[in-house]
Design a protein around this ligand. Structure first.
Ligand code: PAF
Length: 281
């Protein structure tokens, strides 16, 4: 039977017992509004670890836009049911006071990693992610933590934070889960109107088409193809499309650059911002 705990003290007590039985602790941090993407992380965590802990906490410090924070879907009762069905062992759903008894004033330095794409357009976002993930790691003390590749830059930033703080946790990268029509699963998809939802698969379709073209065109032509194809639909507007080195996240100068390349995109569908990415070469 899954346990739902609200305080760090309860959580530590529970996990100390589990660890004393020699179990490894796996952790999936979430902001709730759970979907199949989250559940795939939970399933993998459950398969690879003795005890699976999932946190549900909408972290205010990573929202640089108040409206976005207010709009963010909150579906705790449904989330708990989904986690129970996914054989999660512990759901940790703390209050804001529990995570931030006092304001977190730490400023992280991730070098160039957070100066591009999401980090450039959402100032303070990754600092807030690092604040909450480091606090959650401190509460859970996991052996392994599972993150989806949809938030490609978040994975790089969290891995760098773990390296900088010397935390004994393995960060496990998990592939993007998509709808049958290609749309990357996201809690924000629930906020799309039916018209926006109908247009949204154009994003993934265009990224896959870009993968098919990458050997035949140069970087400028690839960017133009992606931006024009998506902007041609009046319900969608590309905020950025970048081809970056998958390790450093810095934009490549040419498609011939000698590194693994990731194509990353952010698109507005009305007020809703969707992100996606694919490995190019
Ligand atoms: O990816 C998310 O849902 C959040 O950024 C995370 C990692 C749970 C931190 O709040």
């Amino acid at each position: 039977m899954m346990k739902v705990v609200k305080t760090i003290q309860e959580l530590r007590q529970l996990l100390t017992e589990e660890k004393s039985q020699g179990k490894t602790v796996g952790f999936v941090p979430t902001m709730g509004a759970l979907h199949r993407g989250h559940l795939s992380l939970v399933q993998r965590c459950k398969k690879e670890c003795g005890v699976a802990v999932v946190s549900i906490f909408v972290n205010p410090t990573q929202f640089n836009d108040r409206g976005d924070l207010e709009r963010y879907p909150r579906t705790l009762a449904a989330d708990v049911q989904l986690l129970q069905a996914a054989s999660c062992d512990v759901a940790f759903a703390p209050s804001e006071k529990e995570i931030y008894p006092e304001p977190d004033t730490r400023i992280f330095d991730f070098g160039l990693l957070d100066k591009v794409m999401e980090g450039e357009r959402r100032p303070g976002h990754f600092n807030g992610v690092a604040q909450v993930v480091s606090r959650l790691f401190d509460a859970v003390k996991p052996d392994c933590a599972y993150f989806g590749e949809k938030d490609f830059q978040q994975l790089a930033v969290v891995s760098e934070m773990v390296r900088q703080l010397g935390l004994p946790v393995e960060i496990v990268r998990c592939p993007i889960v998509r709808e049958a029509d290609g749309l990357a699963l996201s809690s924000r998809n629930a906020l799309l109107t039916p018209e926006q939802r109908a247009a949204a698969p154009i994003i993934a379709k265009t990224l896959f088409a870009a993968v098919d073209r990458v050997c035949d065109v140069d970087l400028a032509a690839l960017k133009k193809f992606v931006e024009d194809s998506i902007n041609a639909d009046e319900r969608l507007k590309v905020e950025y499309f970048e081809v970056v080195c998958a390790r450093t996240l810095q934009p490549v100068a040419s498609l011939d650059d000698d590194c693994a390349k990731q194509a990353c995109i952010a698109v507005h569908a009305g007020k809703i911002r969707l992100i996606d990415n694919v490995r190019l070469t």
